[in-house]
Write a protein that binds this ligand. Structure first.
Ligand SMILES: *[C@@H]1O[C@H](CO)[C@@H](O)[C@H](O)[C@H]1NC(C)=O
Ligand SMILES: *[C@@H]1O[C@H](CO)[C@@H](O)[C@H](O)[C@H]1NC(C)=O
Ligand SMILES: *[C@@H]1O[C@H](CO)[C@@H](O)[C@H](O)[C@H]1NC(C)=O
Ligand SMILES: *[C@@H]1O[C@H](CO)[C@@H](O)[C@H](O)[C@H]1NC(C)=O
Ligand SMILES: *[C@@H]1O[C@H](CO)[C@@H](O)[C@H](O)[C@H]1NC(C)=O
Ligand SMILES: *[C@@H]1O[C@H](CO)[C@@H](O)[C@H](O)[C@H]1NC(C)=O
Length: 414
């Protein structure tokens, strides 16, 4: 009898330890006093995945423990913290769906590794849905373990290819912060934001090899007021891509390379795409990327989309193939059905103080359509020089209207 009681008490003690709650309210103290709850130090609870059964040995599957932590944290009021301590925790898909009662912080001190057993996934690896006031922070890593599955990506050959899991998807998140963490070797995109509002990504490091397929750094669409600040991104595809329905995007202090640069688009591929408005890219460095700053829309765009108020300022190019490029005749893999009828209009784009070197002679390419010319294009102090010695720096400008001041004379094509 005594023994049984003791055993029960030990179990209860561990359960309480798994969720370290600090709640000064009377009711909670009454409830927890019989379990000898840890001292309260502020509102909210903390859930350590190891105390919930996760194993950080780099092999065991810890999905269940992480999901348990999410469920408890999402149900609690006040500030709720999920702690991922040092260690390598393998998981399958993590479905972090809200709405949550309080504000959840994921404290990533260790590493989460995405299982390479693709059968486990229906879609993405980590997907946060319908959550307000989300914080993901720490010095840990979200390791997509892409090298084990990249060979299964057939998207360059097959238009209707199966898409591998994205690492971190924020779907309908309002007021979010992702800071400090590293995203490594995603199977597909590293981050994808959809229907988000007021999200900041700060001091994040995104890394995958140059030859890895579709490993975009950060993609966004249908989102407003997104800031990407002081972040380093080097991957096999776009560093940052800004899709339809993006409004009020601020990219500051970002270093990109290798990869395909900072792109608005692709636009116009699907029906009913929304406009893109108010994009600022400032104090960024692009190193050895295929594009610097790019706006790309399909030649045979289905939807009439307007792209307005884009500002690129203080950007350093280092050996970039196409430093400044507007391409209204984008048509990868020759999938377009008609020619030259772009319905995507580009207005009010400013390039200011863009310097450095290009790896091809054409440092500026403004390839706008004759039916829908680009308008309000401003180039001020654009001084990018071809780094090679076999040719000279040049610009190609078709159907672009605007003004150029203080630019290299070879580039002042407006
Ligand atoms: C503290 O406990 C009370 C009563 O159980 C509850 O109403 C309140 O939401 C809790 N607060 C936090 C921050 O968990
Ligand atoms: C980014 O992460 C990669 C992989 O962990 C590491 O090699 C690199 O040094 C990091 N870069 C920065 C700037 O922190
Ligand atoms: C963009 O973010 C930077 C860094 O936080 C800030 O200084 C700047 O005011 C922001 N710009 C816009 C247009 O929001
Ligand atoms: C630059 O990119 C090219 C291919 O895009 C690659 O072969 C080369 O190693 C890169 N150079 C540096 C210095 O990273
Ligand atoms: C131009 O941009 C560079 C960064 O690429 C910056 O160091 C420099 O101060 C800027 N010049 C002006 C006049 O703002
Ligand atoms: C210089 O570059 C232009 C544009 O890329 C190209 O058409 C031309 O053949 C090049 N000239 C030489 C001498 O390589």
């Amino acid at each position: 009898m005594v023994l049984r009681n003791h055993a029960t008490r030990v179990i209860v003690f561990f359960l309480v330890l798994a969720a370290v709650c600090a709640n000064h309210s009377k009711k909670s103290e009454e409830k927890e006093s019989s379990y000898a709850a840890p001292a309260a130090s502020g509102p909210g609870c903390s859930f350590d995945i190891v105390k919930l059964g996760a194993n950080g040995n780099g092999r065991a599957d810890s999905t269940k423990a992480v999901m348990e932590a999410w469920k408890s944290a999402c149900e609690g009021a006040g500030k709720q913290t999920i702690v991922i301590p040092k260690g390598d925790f393998v998981t399958g898909p993590l479905d972090f769906t809200g709405p949550c009662k309080g504000d959840v912080t994921i404290q990533l001190d260790g590493n989460l590794l995405g299982s390479n057993d693709l059968k486990k996934y229906k879609g993405n690896w980590i997907e946060v849905r319908k959550v307000d006031n989300l914080v993901i922070t720490g010095k840990g890593t979200l390791d997509g373990q892409g090298p084990g599955v990249w060979s299964k990506n057939s998207c360059s050959k097959n238009y209707n290819c199966k898409i591998l899991p994205n690492t971190l998807v924020l779907n309908t998140v309002t007021n979010g912060l992702v800071s400090g963490i590293t995203l490594l070797n995603a199977k597909f995109f590293h981050m994808n934001m959809f229907r988000c509002k007021d999200v900041t990504i700060k001091n994040v490091n995104i890394t995958a090899p140059e030859e890895s397929p579709n490993t975009d750094g950060i993609h966004m669409g249908d989102s407003t007021k997104i800031s990407i600040i002081d972040t380093v991104i080097g991957t096999g595809d776009d560093c940052i891509s800004i899709g339809p329905g993006s409004d009020g995007i601020n990219i500051t202090g970002v270093t990109c390379g290798p990869g395909h640069g900072i792109s608005v688009g692709s636009l116009g591929r699907y029906k009913d795409e929304k406009n893109v408005n108010d994009i600022t890219v400032k104090n960024c460095v692009l190193k050895n990327t295929t594009n610097g700053v790019r706006i790309k829309s399909y030649e045979d765009a289905l939807s009439p989309v307007t792209v307005t108020k884009l500002k690129y300022e203080n950007i350093k190019m280092d050996d970039v193939a196409n430093p400044i490029i507007i391409d209204q005749k984008y048509c990868p893999n020759k999938i377009c059905t008609s020619k030259g009828n772009s319905k995507v209009s580009v207005k009010d784009v400013t390039f200011k103080n863009i310097t450095g070197t290009s790896s091809t002679p054409e440092a500026v390419r403004l390839l706008c359509s004759d039916k829908l010319p680009c308008s309000g294009v401003q180039m001020h102090d654009v001084k990018v020089e071809y780094g090679g010695s076999d040719n000279k720096t040049m610009a190609i400008c078709n159907n672009a209207q605007g003004t150029a001041t203080g630019c290299l004379k070879e580039l002042a094509c407006l």
